[in-house]
Design a protein around this ligand. Structure first.
Ligand SMILES: NC(=O)c1ccc[n+]([C@@H]2O[C@H](COP(=O)([O-])OP(=O)(O)OC[C@H]3O[C@@H](n4cnc5c(N)ncnc54)[C@H](OP(=O)(O)O)[C@@H]3O)[C@@H](O)[C@H]2O)c1
Length: 263
């Protein structure tokens, strides 16, 4: 009998692209979410909160593969700890984890680093928790999604000036392409840490802000903001980039024009 695949974060930007792909491949899907939802379109929902661990044991029961996408600005290490303890206890066969490019080479040492890059540190710790859990795993590090950069710029463009971290670049990628790769990993054998997945081009934040403003018909000055600390220095040196793995297809410009056509 086929066992269901558990998708944590199945309701998020990435998860909403992963779940239908897995369904298309004939998988039975269970989604862990903090908000109760009735089963629909071949997906069942289990209520749980990985920050506290509530519901984790019920979510992993009888599951073979877990695609762990649940994430937020803070505490992804804690979420991973709760999920992986339950997964190991239940004898899960494979966990696929999504991390970020640069998680392993962004030193987060000071309070200033932690305030700005605590997210990256939590992703690194979560990677270690997954790898040390005893559950066979595949971890993929991706660069930032077009969708995240777009919503970040949407928020920043509400200010009279758009702040852009000076000297920092990004290599945005379509979440859809990351979803496709994750499904391939979920349906294959555990591979440990797999090669990075990066977008096709690298841009300064100021460039991204400029093209966003142009595409959305706004006029705002862009203010380069110096960022202090060792983690910011690592980013300025390209820790969050993977130029050798610029294998995504959709460019930021194509994403912007698709958003514009979609209204
Ligand atoms: N966005 C990027 O640029 C990027 C780049 C590389 C890697 N990633 C990683 O990709 C993953 C998905 O990102 P995304 O952009 O799709 O995020 P998102 O749209 O913000 O969605 C977050 C998801 O996590 C779930 N979640 C959050 N806190 C939870 C908790 N305490 N317990 C259980 N579920 C929780 C939410 O589920 P409910 O609200 O339904 O509970 C939601 O489905 C994250 O792990 C992120 O670190 C993102």
């Amino acid at each position: 009998m086929k066992t269901p695949i558990l998708v944590t974060g199945g309701t998020g930007t990435l998860g909403r692209l992963v779940v239908p792909r897995l369904l298309e491949k004939g998988s039975e899907i269970r989604v862990l979410t903090r908000t109760p939802k009735p089963a629909a379109d071949g997906v069942s929902y289990v209520v749980g909160d990985l920050a506290s661990g509530a519901g984790a044991e019920a979510a992993v029961e009888g599951v073979g593969t877990i695609v762990h996408l649940a994430g937020s600005q803070k505490g992804d290490d804690v979420k991973a700890r709760h999920l992986m303890a339950a997964a190991a206890k239940a004898g899960a066969e494979h966990v696929v984890y999504i991390s970020v490019v640069g998680a392993d080479r962004t030193p987060v040492k000071s309070g200033v680093d932690r305030a700005m890059f605590g997210y990256v540190e939590a992703k690194r710790l979560a990677e270690e928790i997954v790898a040390g859990s005893g559950v066979p795993y595949s971890t993929l590090r991706a660069t930032q999604f077009h969708e995240l950069i777009f919503t970040t710029l949407q928020t920043m463009a509400k200010l009279p000036v758009v702040p852009a971290p000076a000297g920092v670049k990004a290599q945005p990628i379509a979440a859809d392409e990351v979803a496709e790769r994750l499904v391939e990993l979920a349906l294959g054998e555990p591979q440990g840490l797999v090669p990075d997945f990066g977008g096709p081009r690298i841009y300064t934040f100021a460039d991204l802000a400029r093209s966003y403003l142009k595409a959305t018909g706004r006029r705002r000055p862009i203010l380069p903001m110096p960022a202090p600390g060792g983690a910011a220095r690592a980013f300025r040196n390209g820790a969050n980039l993977t130029p050798q793995r610029a294998i995504g297809h959709q460019t930021w410009e194509e994403f912007l024009s698709a958003r514009r056509s979609a209204g």
